[in-house]
Design a protein. Structure first.
Lengths: 323, 324
C-alpha cells in the first residue's frame, strides 16, 4: 500500500473547560490515501469533527492537541500559526455543515473565492476572478459569471454549499475535509451535493474525508469507513464488510437504528454517550452494550483485525457468528 | 436607493408639520406665551399685545393659530424674542454652531476610543484587559455628567490653580470674558472639559456596543471559514470580523449623533456653554415662545434626518437589507 497522504497517529484533543478538562479525542489513528473517499462516522460529540479541526489548527485556544498528523510528510501538530496558514486552504481545506453561516454575508460570493485563491498564489485580481467563475461552473452553478457578483443570501441552500465547495477546492488541495456537508440540506439536494463532491474528488485527485452520521450517505459514496465513539475509533474497514457484518456492538446498533423498508420499528441504541468530563475506564460503550462483561472495563480495547475489518471489541470474534 | 431617499425626505414634510403642531399645542398649554409676554413687558399697550399675538400665531383657535405661525416661519418672518426683543435666527445659529462643535468633538473622540476599547476587550473575552475595559465602561456609564463635570472643574481649575498657580482648563463659556473675535487656541481650551465629560459617556457606551457586537461576530461560522482559508489573522479580523461587527454600531451611532443637536443640556449648563441645551433651558424658563418654536423645529428635523441616515447606512453596509 502507498504511503497515506494524511497520516494521523495517537491524536488527542483536550478542551480546558471551567469545570475541568474535557477529553474529546482519545488517541486516534487514521490513514487517508491520495484520491480516496473515506468516511468517519459517529454520533454528535463523538469527536469526529474535532479530530480534523485539530489537524487543521482550527480549534479554539482552549484546546490542547497532542500526537501526530503528517500531511504529505509535514507534521501539522505543533506547527507555528504561520506555517499552518500556508497549509490551510492550499494542501487541506474544509467544507462546513451549514452553508448559510459558513459564508460571510457582506462579501460577494466571487470575492470570497478569489480571497482563497490569492491567499496562496500570486494571481492577479483579474485571473483570480476568471478562475472563481470557472470554479463555480465546475461545481454546477448556472450563469457563474453573474452569480459570482451576488451575495450569499441570494443563493439557495444547495447552491450555497456548491459555493463553499468551489471555495474549498480553489487551490486543488490534497485533502478535503467534508464536515457533514449534507446535513443541513434537503434530502433531494443532498444527492446532488454528494455528486459534486465525488466529481471534484475524481477531477482534482483530492482525497475526501466525509464526516457524517448518515450511514446511508456512507454506503453510497465511500470505500472505507471509520466508526468513532466517545473519542476513539471502535471499528474500521471496508464499507461492504461493515454493512454486511459489523463487528462492534456500537456499529451494529447504528445499523439497526437505520430506517429500512419492510422492517417495522426503528431500534434505538439504549442509553446516552458517556460524559467526557469523566471518561469511563475501558470500553466507553460498555454501559450501553448488551454483551458487556467484566473484562470490558479494564482497558481501552485497541483495534484488532476481525474478519475483514478491524474492531475495538474484545468479544468481537466470539460475537461474530451470533449477531 | 435614491428614489427611497427622495421619498423619505418628501414624507418628512408632513411628519414635520404634524409634530410641530403637537409641539405648538404643547407649548401653548404648557407655557402660556401671552401671559409670559405680559409678565416680561408689564406696561405693554393692548396694541402691542395684539401685535405680539398676531405675529406669533397665538390665535385662541389652535389650528388657525398654528397656520398663521407656520406661514410666518416658512417666509422667514420670525418674530423677535420676548425677552430683550432679540432676533431669533442669529441666536439659534450661534447656539447650534457651539453645540455642533462640542458634540462633534465629543462624538469623534468618544466613538473612536470606545470602538477601539471594545475591539481590544473582545479579542480576549474574559481576559484581564476585557475585565479592565468592562469595569471602566461600567464606572463611566454610572457617573452622571453633573458629577464628572464638577469633579473635573474641581481638579483642573480649583485644585490646579491652588497647586500650580493657574488653572489648566477654563471651566465656563467659549471664550474668556471680554474676548472678541475668533481665537482657535482659546476655543479649544474652553472645550476640553465639556468634551471630556460628554466623551466619557460615549466611550463607555460604545466600548460595550462594540465588544458585544464583535464577540457575536467572532463566534460565527464564517469566521472559521475565513480562518480555514489560510489568510492572515489580521485579515480575518478586519475584512471578515469588523466589517460585520460595525453594522449595528454604525446604525446606533447615526441615531446618537442626531440627538446631539438637541444639546447636551446638563453639560452645557454646568460649563455655561452657550449651546442648544442652554438656549433651550433659558428660553423655556422665560416661556419665550418665539425662541422655543424654531428650536423645536430644528430638533424634530434633525431626528428625522438622522433616522433616515441610519437606515441608509444600514442598507449600505449590509447587502441583505434592501430599501423599498
Amino acid at each position: 500500500m502507498p504511503t497515506p497522504i494524511l497520516e494521523i497517529r495517537n491524536l488527542q484533543v483536550t478542551f480546558n473547560t471551567p469545570v475541568g478538562p474535557l477529553v474529546a479525542v482519545r488517541g486516534v489513528d487514521i490513514d487517508v490515501h491520495a484520491g480516496e473517499m473515506l468516511a468517519v462516522v459517529g454520533e454528535s460529540g463523538s469527536g469526529k469533527s474535532v479530530s480534523f479541526l485539530a489537524a487543521m489548527g482550527l480549534l479554539p485556544r482552549s484546546a490542547t492537541v497532542t500526537g501526530s498528523a503528517l500531511l504529505d510528510g509535514q507534521q501539522l501538530v505543533g506547527m507555528t500559526p504561520k506555517q499552518m496558514r500556508s497549509v490551510r486552504g492550499r494542501l487541506m481545506s474544509m467544507i462546513f455543515q451549514d452553508p448559510l453561516s459558513a459564508l460571510n454575508p457582506v462579501h460577494r460570493v466571487g470575492a470570497q473565492i478569489t480571497e482563497m485563491l490569492r491567499a496562496h498564489t500570486k494571481m492577479s485580481e483579474r485571473a483570480a476572478n476568471a478562475r472563481a467563475v470557472e470554479l463555480l461552473e465546475i461545481v454546477g452553478i448556472p450563469q457563474p459569471g453573474d452569480r459570482a457578483m451576488q451575495y450569499p443570501h441570494e443563493f439557495s441552500g444547495g447552491m450555497r454549499q456548491r459555493v463553499v465547495i468551489a471555495m474549498a477546492i480553489a487551490n486543488s488541495p490534497k485533502v478535503l475535509i467534508a464536515d457533514e456537508p449534507t446535513t443541513a440540506l434537503d434530502v433531494t439536494v443532498q444527492a446532488q451535493i454528494l455528486e459534486v463532491i465525488q466529481r471534484v474528488q475524481v477531477q482534482f485527485g483530492t482525497a475526501v474525508v466525509l464526516i457524517t452520521h448518515d450511514l446511508g450517505v456512507v454506503a453510497r459514496v465511500c470505500e472505507r469507513v471509520n466508526v468513532m465513539y466517545a473519542g476513539c475509533f471502535v471499528e474500521r474497514g471496508n464499507v461492504h464488510g461493515i454493512f454486511e457484518q459489523p463487528t462492534h456492538p456500537y456499529t451494529r446498533g447504528l445499523l439497526a437504528s437505520l430506517p429500512q423498508t419492510g422492517v417495522g420499528r426503528l431500534v434505538p441504541i439504549a442509553g446516552f454517550p458517556p460524559n467526557m468530563l469523566r471518561p469511563p475506564s475501558g470500553c466507553a460503550f460498555r454501559a450501553r452494550c448488551d454483551h458487556a462483561v467484566e473484562a470490558c472495563g479494564s482497558a481501552i480495547p485497541p483495534l484488532v483485525p476481525v474478519g475483514e475489518s478491524e474492531s475495538a471489541c474484545i468479544r468481537a470474534s466470539e460475537l461474530m457468528g451470533r449477531k | 436607493m435614491l428614489k427611497y431617499v427622495v421619498r423619505r425626505l418628501a414624507w418628512s414634510i408632513p411628519t414635520l408639520c404634524f409634530v410641530t403642531f403637537l409641539v405648538y399645542v404643547a407649548l401653548r398649554i404648557g407655557t402660556n406665551p401671552v401671559e409670559s409676554y405680559k409678565r416680561i413687558n408689564p406696561r405693554a399697550s393692548p396694541e402691542k399685545i395684539a401685535q405680539y399675538i398676531d405675529v406669533n400665531g397665538l390665535d385662541p383657535n389652535y389650528v388657525r393659530g398654528y397656520f398663521r405661525w407656520l406661514v410666518n416661519f416658512i417666509t422667514l418672518d420670525w418674530p423677535r424674542s420676548i425677552k430683550g426683543s432679540r432676533e431669533v435666527a442669529p441666536a439659534l445659529k450661534d447656539a447650534l454652531a457651539n453645540t455642533l462643535r462640542l458634540g462633534t468633538a465629543a462624538s469623534v473622540v468618544g466613538i473612536t476610543v470606545g470602538l477601539l476599547l471594545g475591539i481590544f476587550a473582545a479579542l480576549r473575552p474574559g481576559g484581564r484587559r476585557d475585565v479592565a475595559v468592562n469595569t471602566a465602561a461600567f464606572v463611566g456609564i454610572s457617573i452622571p455628567p453633573y458629577v464628572s463635570a464638577i469633579l473635573f472643574q474641581l481638579f483642573f481649575a480649583v485644585y490646579w490653580s491652588r497647586w500650580f498657580g493657574s488653572t489648566l482648563f477654563p471651566t465656563s463659556g467659549v471664550y474668556p470674558p471680554g474676548q472678541t473675535g475668533f481665537n482657535l487656541g482659546l476655543m479649544i481650551r474652553h472645550m476640553v472639559l465639556p468634551t471630556m465629560v460628554v466623551a466619557i459617556q460615549i466611550i463607555a457606551v460604545y466600548a460595550r456596543y462594540m465588544r458585544s457586537s464583535l464577540l457575536d461576530v467572532l463566534s460565527s461560522e464564517y469566521m472559521r471559514t475565513a480562518r480555514s482559508k489560510g489568510i492572515s489573522e489580521r485579515r480575518v479580523l478586519f475584512k471578515h470580523g469588523l466589517r460585520n461587527a460595525l453594522i449595528p454600531v454604525v446604525t446606533i451611532a447615526a441615531l446618537d449623533v442626531g440627538s446631539i443637536v438637541g444639546g447636551l443640556i446638563i453639560t452645557e449648563n454646568i460649563f455655561s456653554y452657550p449651546g442648544m441645551g442652554k438656549y433651550f433651558l433659558s428660553a423655556f424658563g422665560e416661556g419665550d415662545f418665539p425662541l422655543l418654536m424654531p428650536w423645536m423645529v430644528l430638533i424634530v428635523f434633525s431626528v428625522l434626518l438622522f433616522n433616515l441616515l441610519a437606515d441608509v447606512s444600514y442598507a449600505w453596509l449590509d447587502p441583505r437589507i434592501r430599501l423599498e
